[in-house]
Design a protein around this ligand. Structure first.
Ligand code: ATP
Ligand code: MG
Length: 440
């Protein structure tokens, strides 16, 4: 046999038996997005490399270490998208959507690519649910996106997710802050890691984000950005905190949150779980008022977040949250002999037309193996057809949960099945039964 080729390091397969977990989170996030009035956008998996260098920033980890860049024929180089915001802004500008009135609210569910050291919750191909809002300065907008992220986490059934909040001001407040940071870290130069030494010159705020224990210890004593905010930025942050409190959303001010990407201004936040170890940031986001003009558009305030879906599912699994059960076969039609098989095929077709999931034997199994297969695929009902059923037109439909058998005729098969099916749904779904009873 030929040697099997394995999937690339840091990627994951979603196989049929686990796909329902993805369907669950995709359903939850798109439903929440719709409730908040966000519309879907889809952009290419690869973009011009310059888009990310310009937006994510040439001192960021993403651009310096993590991009998958390929050169095509000719001079252009393309990069597999490491995140969704840059492509979304580009597409909004390129398609003139920014001119269609503010606020513009968009969301996406997409694969992202970063060349990282793979570990639990840190992959090279991962998936993000992201949202972006354009054209509003209001702190209510900041609160709105935080509320949307929180709704998703709540709808997933998650507990113990902490909201960490900070403001990193505007370029004006940051200039003074950078100077203070440089002075502080310069006095600790001998202890900083090599990467942070580089950051010291180019972008000292990133030292606050360093994961090395020594740098992070030094960062504890660093000046705090909140002490350097200009009046407008400070007011914006105060208003946001008031709104969050009025919504009953708890938060922790965390001056160490600066976010990994260069384009953030003012509000930055992360939702962090303690259940999935070091890779606990399930969602990160904030404001990026400077990005749209950086990418060639009119100056436009903007904000958004990215939520890692692998980390979301991992946390749900750790916390034993419910996923929406996958739809299984409603009825399996067991056939004995070629004539019965043909009849089963016809019955399946007409049941499917009515919206049921119906299956019949496709591999020529005997009676018992077909019954076992029906059981294995979780069929709710089974009906056996052989020559005597074809002759008399009488069959039995078996409820696989209770074992109960009900007489039916081939002539009125769909009607009989529908009645059984409704009874079964009511028997297993008390809530639905209650709703229906209250309507009658
Ligand atoms: P981290 O600090 O964990 O590296 P980040 O700041 O690089 O995160 P963002 O660029 O803000 O992350 O991406 C948004 C979200 O996407 C993260 O909060 C996380 O949930 C998820 N994410 C980021 N990188 C990965 C990855 N390599 N594998 C899986 N999920 C990821
Ligand atoms: Mg990262």
């Amino acid at each position: 046999m030929a040697k099997l080729i394995q999937r690339p390091k840091g990627t994951q397969d979603v196989i049929p038996s686990t796909a329902y977990k993805w369907h669950t989170v995709e359903h939850i996030v798109s439903d929440a997005a719709a409730r908040f009035g966000f519309k879907e956008i889809r952009t290419p998996v690869f973009e011009d490399t310059g888009l990310y260098v310009r937006s994510v920033g040439d001192t960021s980890d993403v651009v310096t270490k993590e991009m998958y860049t390929v050169s095509s024929k000719g001079d252009a180089t393309f990069t597999l998208r490491p995140e969704g915001t840059a492509g979304a802004v580009r597409a909004m500008l390129e398609n003139g959507v920014m001119n269609e009135g503010f606020p513009q609210k968009i969301y996406y569910i997409m694969a992202c690519y970063r060349h990282e050291k793979p570990q639990a919750g840190r992959l090279r191909e991962f998936h993000q649910f992201g949202i972006e809002m354009f054209g509003t300065q209001s702190p209510y907008a900041d609160a709105e996106i935080i509320l949307l992220a929180k709704s998703v986490l709540d709808d997933c059934g998650l507990k113990n997710i902490e909201l960490n909040l900070n403001s990193i001001g505007c370029p004006e407040c940051r200039a003074k802050y950078h100077a203070a940071l440089k002075e502080y870290f310069a006095s600790k130069k001998d202890e900083l890691c090599d990467t942070c030494l580089e950051r010291l010159d180019k972008n000292p705020m990133r030292i606050l984000d360093c994961k090395s224990p020594i740098c992070s210890k030094i960062a504890e004593g660093a000046p705090k950005i909140l002490d350097y905010l200009c009046e407008d930025c400070a007011n914006h942050f105060e208003s946001l905190k008031k709104i969050l409190t009025s919504y009953g959303i708890e938060y922790k001010i965390n001056p160490k949150i600066v976010r990994g990407l260069d384009y953030y201004t003012r509000t930055v936040f992360e939702f962090v779980s303690t259940d999935i170890g070091a890779q606990g940031t399930v969602c990160g986001g904030g404001r990026y008022d400077g990005l749209v003009s950086e990418l060639g558009g009119q100056p436009t305030p903007a904000l958004g977040f990215g939520m890692g879906l692998e980390r979301l599912i991992l946390t749900m699994e750790k916390q034993g949250c419910d996923f929406i059960a996958p739809k299984t076969c409603d009825i399996y039609l067991v056939s004995m002999g070629a004539d019965a098989q043909a009849k089963c095929a016809a019955l399946a077709a007409s049941l499917r037309e009515e919206g049921y999931s119906a299956e019949f034997d496709l591999v020529g199994r005997g009676l018992k193996p077909q019954m076992r297969y029906a059981d294995k695929i979780g069929a709710k009902f089974v009906c056996v057809l052989g020559s005597s059923e074809l002759e008399t037109g009488n069959v039995k439909i078996k409820n696989m949960r209770t074992g109960e058998q009900t007489d039916a005729t081939l002539a009125k098969f769909n009607e009989s099945f529908e009645a059984l099916y409704i009874n079964e749904v009511l028997a297993i779904d008390n809530d639905l039964a209650g709703d229906i009873a209250s309507l009658l």
